[in-house]
Design a protein around this ligand. Structure first.
Ligand SMILES: Nc1nc2c(ncn2[C@@H]2O[C@H](COP(=O)(O)OP(=O)(O)OP(=O)(O)O)[C@@H](O)[C@H]2O)c(=O)[nH]1
Ligand SMILES: [Mg+2]
Length: 266
């Protein structure tokens, strides 16, 4: 009998329900990071031709912040474990989960950092903010105060991060507890806050699961797109830089040979 040792067997294949083949839609066109219906040709072609550089090995950091008990842990647990706990257990410091996706055939991973909302743990939690590509700011759609605190959560998250390279999501949880009329009222304010923060707005329920998968697919895809576009730009400038180098080298050659000529003749 023979057997094969395969180095490819280290990672199990990506779960079938983590495969993203179409661009996930935004929740509201009034507060979206972009409102395209499909992946751009540039992105699609790069993936087809496997010109994705390091993106396929990337682990993108996502931090989840917001007031205590708004439902950050439940949101992550609903998506990662398909579980919901109605008893509140405060997060102490931080926790994290890894989620592997495949976007247009390219592997892509999110590292989801669940932070503590309680004031006394905030100090420990904030030391984990650095290096995030995505900030998810969570509030409870039944609690106006938690919405008004989101701006401070954003300020704190931004202290540790480069604002030009970050994508922000504002997420209202516990939608199952609010009546359509109540929800409509807070949605107006939430969309306004999202626009001010340049964030994409979502509302969902970890109890029923409404919009939870759609939301994380959107997060994964937008992080993937941003990484890929940055990678393509980098390889583009690399190519241009090479051309410039070749040209300037040949110019130098000309220049130096011209300079030398008089010397030769003398
Ligand atoms: N009805 C309902 N309850 C929810 C939902 N999400 C969370 N909860 C409840 O809200 C409470 C707080 O949820 P957590 O996820 O622990 O809150 P948290 O934001 O992680 O809190 P900290 O870790 O202290 O910052 C728990 O009792 C949950 O069961 C939801 O979508 N619907
Ligand atoms: Mg928690």
């Amino acid at each position: 009998m023979s057997y094969r040792v395969s180095s490819m067997s280290v990672l199990p294949p990506v779960r079938k329900d983590r495969i993203i083949a179409e661009l996930p839609k935004c929740y509201s066109k009034d507060a979206a990071l972009h409102t395209k219906d499909e992946f751009t040709k540039k992105v699609r072609t790069a993936c087809q031709e496997q010109r994705t550089g390091t993106v396929g090995f990337k682990i993108s950091k996502v931090i989840v912040v917001g007031d205590l008990a708004v439902g950050k842990t439940c949101l992550i647990n609903r998506f990662c474990k398909d579980a919901f706990d109605k008893n509140y257990k405060a997060t102490i410091g931080v926790d994290f989960e890894m989620e592997r996706f495949e976007v247009l055939g390219v592997p892509f991973s999110l590292q989801l950092w669940d932070t503590a909302g309680q004031e006394r743990f905030k100090c420990i939690a904030s030391t984990y903010y650095r290096g995030a590509q995505t900030v998810i700011i969570v509030f409870d759609v039944n609690d106006v105060a938690s919405l008004s605190h989101t701006k401070q959560w954003l300020i704190d998250a931004m202290k540790e991060n480069d604002p030009t390279n970050i994508q922000i999501f504002l997420v209202g949880t516990k939608k199952d507890l609010s009546s359509p009329a109540q929800y409509a009222l807070i949605e107006k304010d939430a969309i306004k806050v999202s626009q001010e923060m340049k964030a994409e707005y979502w509302a969902l329920s970890s109890l029923t699961g409404e919009n939870v998968k759609e939301f994380f697919f959107r997060v994964a895809t937008l992080a993937f797109e941003a990484n890929l576009l940055a990678e393509l730009e980098k390889s583009g400038t690399r190519q241009i830089a090479d051309i410039v180098k070749i040209n300037s080298n040949s110019n130098n050659l000309n220049a130096s040979s011209k300079k030398k000529q008089p010397n030769c003749c003398q």
